[in-house]
Design a protein around this ligand. Structure first.
Ligand code: ISL
Ligand code: CA
Length: 539
């Protein structure tokens, strides 16, 4: 296989609203990102997945776009965006746009014209008559029916997310053409590719209650390739919530000419009661995590490419989720980083993960910003669910957890914004100790573990290509090998806060990276300290 740049790269996700404010209004912006590029260069990342920066009324924080070719004024201007792209490209960092084209905002001019009865634009969306009542019982991911009634039109329209996010009708070729034009607009500006929001949903056939895995989906993606991507060295990352190792090649087999890689979510469901909802909490069983992640390492055909991630703007902070923020914040953060970054696939770091940022506990509806959490709270209160249970779920899984502003320093407002304004969302009070300035000063910080992991991936084809093999160990030990061209590395992690003994029939030749200051040689008799993790070369 010839190496593609994105197979050896590490991506970094920026949630612009919470990254860096540059003009003292308490809201992160594009110039703030440009100013922080040297920090990202120091970390060593190759590309930035920029969560949406397009014009938007922000019902779902930018995932409801009202103009795909304009910048949200709070974030800056098109010139600021062009400057960011140029400055990043000059540093060897690619900007990846977040393309949200399963739906638009209800404020998009297309939808407004549709509501006004313009037949051309009505066919951009999915309208159905009210003659027989609700068209069917499909629900929205954010709660309630997926059909919203428009009394003036005596019709319903379809929305898989908020009612302010009407779904586009991809069956209409005019819609697809609009999307290809938007993509070309951004490619001409020099971006390095796209993260495609909920792309598996675009093939939906609502009347047949088909949402994902539709027969229409892949032909659309092939058309996208023909019309936009062919002959261009850009990356496309499909957000594919229900993809499995067996369906991944349908998206990423180069011969099919669709996308570069998928984002799978199977490991993200392991702390939920199966087949219920994200709010139905269950303790993580480490052996299940081993099974799921290993399946993606071993069952993915050579024609497919996967991404690796612990966090994003929709997930809680990984340190709070599966690490140990109270007793072993540094050790457990590094354990998680090493475990993931030694796997095959393209790693994505979510802003602040490299600092050990944590969830922020809230207990008042006024403290919530995320539409999903607000809807959940409202619904459960109406059902008389105990508030303690609701807050436990929101504090464990709510999306606001990952959206608190970036903690740059111990200065007021964590250096995210200047002293005299209130940040758009409260800063986690632990910023006085958990922040980038402190990490950069401490050569043993989590930041430098990420920096080293990123560098290793560029230097070692074994990390990019090596075969993966899970070792059979006690439940809370996660150990695997990677082998490539006669060389084998062992990755071994104590995924628990207690000491664990372990015997492995190997001798290490070289210690590559660890989270305790140790070197390793004979591995027959090991006592692993809490979260102790090491990578060694065996032969
Ligand atoms: O956030 C989720 C669960 O808490 C997911 O179900 C999420 O809605 C799903 O992964 C799709 O996410 C993407 O599209 C949404 C947007 O709200 C998310 O922020 C985005 O990542 C609609 O555009
Ligand atoms: Ca600002």
């Amino acid at each position: 296989m010839t190496l593609k740049w994105w197979q050896q790269s590490v991506f970094y996700q920026i949630y612009p609203r919470s990254f860096q404010d540059s003009n003292h209004d308490g809201i992160g912006d594009l110039n703030g990102i440009t100013a922080r590029l040297p920090y990202l260069k120091e970390l060593g990342i190759d590309a930035i997945w920029l969560s949406p920066v397009f014009a938007s009324p922000n019902v779902d924080n930018g995932y409801d776009v009202s103009d795909y070719c304009a910048i949200m004024p709070e974030f800056g201007t098109m010139e600021d965006m062009e400057e960011l792209i140029t400055a990043a490209n000059n540093m060897g960092i690619k900007i990846i746009m977040d393309l949200v084209v399963n739906h638009t905002s209800s404020e998009h001019p297309w939808f407004k014209k549709a509501l006004a009865g313009d037949p051309h634009y009505k066919d951009y969306y999915i309208f159905r008559s009210d003659k027989k009542g609700l068209p069917n019982d499909l629900n929205s991911f954010f709660g309630g029916s997926a059909w919203e009634y428009v009394p003036e039109r005596k019709e319903y329209y379809f929305h898989l997310f908020a009612k302010e996010q009407p779904d586009l009708n991809w069956e209409n070729p005019a819609v697809r053409k609009e999307v290809w034009q938007i993509m070309n607009f951004w490619l001409q500006k020099g971006v390095g590719g796209f993260r495609l929001d909920v792309i598996e949903l675009i093939g939906k056939i609502p009347d047949q209650k088909i949402i994902g895995d539709s027969p229409l989906l892949h032909p659309y993606l092939q058309e996208m390739y023909r019309e936009v991507l062919a002959e261009k060295d850009v990356v496309t990352i499909g957000e594919t919530g229900s993809v499995t190792p067996l369906t991944a090649p349908l998206y990423t087999d180069p011969n099919r000419k669709e996308l570069s890689m998928v984002f799978q979510f199977q490991h993200m469901a392991l702390d939920e009661v199966p087949q219920t909802s994200k709010w139905n909490l269950k303790k993580l069983d480490v052996s299940e995590l081993k099974t799921v992640l290993s399946r993606w390492q071993t069952q993915l055909p050579a024609t497919a490419w996967n991404s690796l991630f612990w966090s994003n703007h929709d997930q809680p902070r990984i340190l709070s989720r599966w690490g140990n923020p109270d007793c072993y914040p540094v050790e457990s953060s590094k354990m998680l980083a090493i475990l993931l970054h030694m796997m095959k696939g393209t790693p994505f770091i979510y802003q602040g993960e490299e600092l050990g940022m944590t969830n922020q506990e809230v207990s008042d509806i006024k403290q919530l910003d995320d539409i999903e959490s607000i809807n959940y709270y409202t619904k459960e209160r109406a059902n008389n669910t105990k508030t303690a249970k609701i807050w436990q779920a929101i504090n464990t899984k709510g999306r606001d957890n990952a959206r608190t502003p970036m903690q740059w320093s111990a200065a007021q407002h964590a250096g995210f914004t200047t002293a005299n304004v209130t940040p758009w969302y409260p800063i986690n009070p632990n910023y006085t100790t958990i922040n980038a300035a402190a990490c950069l000063q401490d050569k043993n910080s989590i930041f430098y573990t990420y920096q080293k992991l990123i560098r290793l991936r560029k230097e070692q084809p074994l990390i990019v290509w090596g075969d993966y093999h899970l070792l059979n160990t006690a439940e809370t030990i996660f150990a695997y090998t990677r082998s490539y061209q006669g060389e084998t590395w062992l990755i071994c992690a104590n995924f628990s806060a207690s000491e664990q003994t372990l015997s492995l029939p190997y001798t290490a030749k070289q210690t590559i990276i660890t989270n305790y200051p140790s070197t390793y040689c004979k591995l027959e008799q090991l006592t692993l300290r809490p979260y102790e993790t090491f990578v060694v070369k065996l032969h």
